[in-house]
Design a protein around this ligand. Structure first.
Ligand code: HEM
Length: 302
C-alpha cells in the first residue's frame, strides 16, 4: 500500500524567520499566487510538468535539477529569506552563485511566462527537482511570495571550507537544529563540485548524483565519495551532527522524514505559511526505487 505522508511539523506552519524581508515592495508579480478561494492556482500544474521535463534526463535528475535544489538554499538562507533576490544579477553574479546562473535564468523566464513570482518559482522548482531525483520525498510547498527588488546582503552563505561547528552555529541562528542541518546537507546526494577544487571539476559528492539516496552519508563518513567537501567531512565528525549522519547512512526513510520538513522550513524563511497557499498537490508524484520498496514499512516515507 502506498503511504502518502506529507512531512511537515506543525511548527513549520507557523514558522517565520526572524529576518523578515524589508527589501520587498509588495508590487512585484504574483498574480497567480492564489485563486479567489485561496486554492493553488491551476497554472502550477502546467509549471510542474514543464519543470519535470527540464529536470529529468532518462531516469535520473540532471544538472538543472541539482542547481534548482541548491538555489533554494542560496535564495533563502541570507537575510530577507526566500524572496527571489538570487535572480537579481547583482546577487547571481557573486561567487557562490555564479554556477547557478543558467538554471536560475531559465526558472526566471518560466516565472515571467506564467506571471508568478520568481521567489515562488525557485521554491516550487526546488521541491520538484527533489522529486525528480529517484527516491526524493515530497516537501510541503507554498506559493504567494513577493519578489525582492534589491539583492540580499553578501557573505552570509557558508562556504565549502566552513567547519562543522561554524556551520551548525549559522544554521542554529536561522532556526535549524543539528538534525535539520544533517538532513539538509544530504542534498549533496545530488551534487557535483566545480569551484571547490577546479582541478577536479565535475566530480560528484557521492557515486550517484542523479538519484536521491543515502550513499552521500555512507561515502562521506567512509571518505569514499568521488569528492568530499571539507565542510561535509567536518560535519561528519561534528559532535551533534556526526551521529545523525551515521543514522541517515543506514536509513533512507529517516533521512527523508527529516529532510522534507527541514526544506519546508527553509522555504518559509521570510514569510509565513498562514499568508501563503499550499501548492504541494501540484508537485509531481514521488517515484519509488526498489530500495525504498524493499525497506521495512515504517522506514518508507511516501
Ligand atoms: C553547511 C552548509 C553547506 C555548504 C558549506 C555547502 C557548500 C557547497 C559547495 C561548496 C558546493 C559545490 C560548489 C561547486 O564547487 O560548484 C555545493 C553544491 C551543492 N549544494 Fe551545498 N552546501 C551546504 C548546504 C546545502 C543545502 C542546505 C543544500 C540544499 C538543501 C545544498 C545543495 C547543494 C547542491 C544540490 C549542490 C550541487 C549543485 C550542482 O551540482 O550544480 N547545499 N554546496
Amino acid at each position: 500500500m502506498k503511504l502518502s505522508l506529507v512531512l511537515l511539523t506543525t511548527s513549520v506552519l507557523t514558522y517565520a524567520s526572524p529576518h523578515l524581508s524589508s527589501r520587498q515592495d509588495g508590487n512585484s508579480s504574483g498574480e497567480a499566487s492564489a485563486d479567489q478561494w485561496g486554492r493553488c492556482p491551476p497554472v502550477w500544474n502546467t509549471i510542474s510538468r514543464e519543470l519535470t521535463s527540464l529536470f529529468r534526463s532518462g531516469n535520473q535528475c540532471n544538472d538543472d535539477a541539482r542547481a534548482a535544489i541548491r538555489a533554494v538554499f542560496h535564495d533563502c538562507f541570507p537575510d530577507g529569506g526566500c524572496d527571489g533576490s538570487l535572480a537579481i544579477p547583482a546577487e547571481l553574479g557573486r561567487s557562490p552563485n555564479t554556477r547557478l546562473t543558467g538554471t536560475v535564468n531559465k526558472l526566471k523566464s518560466v516565472a515571467e511566462k506564467y506571471r508568478v513570482s520568481v521567489a515562488d518559482m525557485l521554491m516550487f522548482a526546488g521541491s520538484t527537482a527533489v522529486l525528480v531525483c529517484p527516491g526524493g520525498p515530497t516537501v510541503k510547498t507554498y506559493v504567494g511570495r513577493k519578489d525582492a527588488k534589491s539583492p540580499a546582503p553578501e557573505g552570509q552563505l557558508p562556504t565549502g571550507d566552513v567547519t562543522g561547528d561554524e556551520a551548525l552555529q549559522k544554521f542554529q541562528q536561522r532556526g535549524f537544529s543539528a538534525q535539520d542541518l544533517a538532513a539538509l546537507v544530504g542534498a549533496h546526494s545530488a551534487a557535483r563540485q566545480r569551484d571547490q577544487d577546479p582541478s577536479q571539476a565535475g566530480k560528484s559528492l557521492d557515486s550517484s548524483p542523479g538519484s536521491w539516496d543515502v550513499k552521500f552519508y555512507a561515502e562521506t563518513i567512509a571518505k569514499k565519495a568521488p569528492f568530499s567537501l571539507p565542510s561535509d567531512l567536518s560535519l561528519a565528525n561534528q559532535t551533534q551532527v556526526g551521529p545523525i549522519f551515521k543514522k541517515f547512512a543506514k536509513s533512507q526513510g529517516q533521512w527523508n522524514a527529516a529532510f522534507a520538513p527541514a526544506l519546508a522550513k527553509m522555504q518559509l524563511l521570510g514569510s509565513s505559511a498562514s499568508k501563503l497557499v499550499d501548492c504541494t498537490s501540484a508537485l509531481p508524484r514521488a517515484r519509488y526505487t526498489r530500495d525504498v520498496k524493499a525497506a521495512p514499512i515504517n522506514d518508507r516515507y511516501s
